[in-house]
Write a protein that binds this ligand. Structure first.
Ligand SMILES: [Zn+2]
Length: 321
């Protein structure tokens, strides 16, 4: 009989045959930055995660550097919203200020910005509205203005999340033409219209005021379509392809890993975080072990990069080993 248990007998032999390992190098930590002063607000559905203003965020950034987390993904919450989200391309907007602040004071942190409109529009949709739906091509024109403004502020990478068709091509061309040919793009290539985003909308003030995002985000039932979406982003020049959410979409992560010669990222979203936190708080699961096992499952599925609210906690666990 072949006995597979032979190689499971001790921790040392298990270490030798272990196929996947998490590392702090895998993590990107999302940060919510609100325009204003003295803001440090806990997000009720995401224990441990806060919104900060720029004058209170330093201790958070100090901790990230201390833990050796390589990168942050910024979400801005502006003081003023309007119909089209003009604040997104204001060179003095909250995102632009945040980029300059972090690059100046924490030059070792790699700064990635979320590029979208939903936190900046009065209606909470991801672009310019026309007949109660988002107008794809009008939104692309504003996206170009937004990324150039981030580039001027000194961002290291942009990550467009709005799922408009032609996003990557528009951003690549705009950046190249404006003199930023070396600025990489991480595409939210495969982003599903998911219920797992619920807590994020409290965190970023971005719930749509009417309808939902199903006319631009993907149907959770579709797998082949994910290949099409990723193919467009790949051909249009995305440097990294992302799948969002992560846990319910591990099959999609693996498909992309097998089929594309690009680094694959996944976004371990707010609802996935909240579920683990809530069950752990009730004592129903071992929160730390479930966190590490979920992150490992994303890695095993093929993610090279994991965007996660667990980054700090997981980094602490990894540094103990
Ligand atoms: Zn959006």
């Amino acid at each position: 009989m072949f006995r597979t248990r032979r190689l499971r007998k001790t921790e040392n032999v298990r270490r030798l045959v272990r196929e996947n390992k998490l590392s702090v190098d895998d993590f990107i930590y999302p940060l919510f930055i609100e325009e204003g002063q003295g803001i440090e607000k806990e997000i009720p559905s995401m224990p441990g995660i806060k919104r900060y203003s720029l004058d209170t965020i330093s201790k958070e950034l100090d901790e990230l550097v201390e833990l050796n987390i390589p990168a942050v993904l910024l979400f801005g919450i502006p003081a003023n919203k309007d119909e089209v989200g003009t604040e997104t391309w204001n060179d003095n907007g909250i995102m632009q200020q945040a980029i300059r602040f972090i690059k100046k004071n924490y030059p070792s942190l790699y700064v990635i910005t979320d590029v979208c409109f939903c936190e900046y529009t009065s209606h909470g949709h991801c672009g310019v509205l026309c007949d109660h739906d988002v107008d794809n091509d009008a939104t692309l024109l504003n996206l170009a203005k937004q990324v150039i403004s981030h580039a001027k502020a000194g961002v290291d990478m942009v990550a467009p999340s709005g799922m408009m068709d032609g996003t990557i091509a528009m951003i690549r061309e705009s950046l190249d033409a404006a003199g930023y040919p070396n600025l990489p793009i991480m595409g939210y290539s495969v982003k599903y219209a998911s219920a797992f985003y619920g807590p994020f909308r409290d965190a970023a003030d971005s719930a749509p005021s009417f309808g939902d995002r199903r006319t631009y985000q993907m149907d959770p039932a579709n797998r082949d379509e994910a290949q099409r979406e990723a193919t467009f982003d790949d051909e249009e020049g995305a440097d990294i392809l992302m799948v969002k959410p992560a846990l319910s979409y591990l099959d999609i992560i693996r498909d992309l890993k097998n089929n594309f010669d690009r680094p694959i990222a996944c976004y371990n979203v707010s609802g996935e975080y909240a579920m683990v936190k809530a069950a752990a708080e009730k004592g129903w699961i071992d929160g730390e072990r479930v966190m590490m096992e979920s992150l490992l499952s994303m890695k095993r599925a093929g993610a090279d990069i994991i965007i996660t609210y667990f980054a700090k906690e997981a980094a602490k666990v990894l540094s103990k080993k």
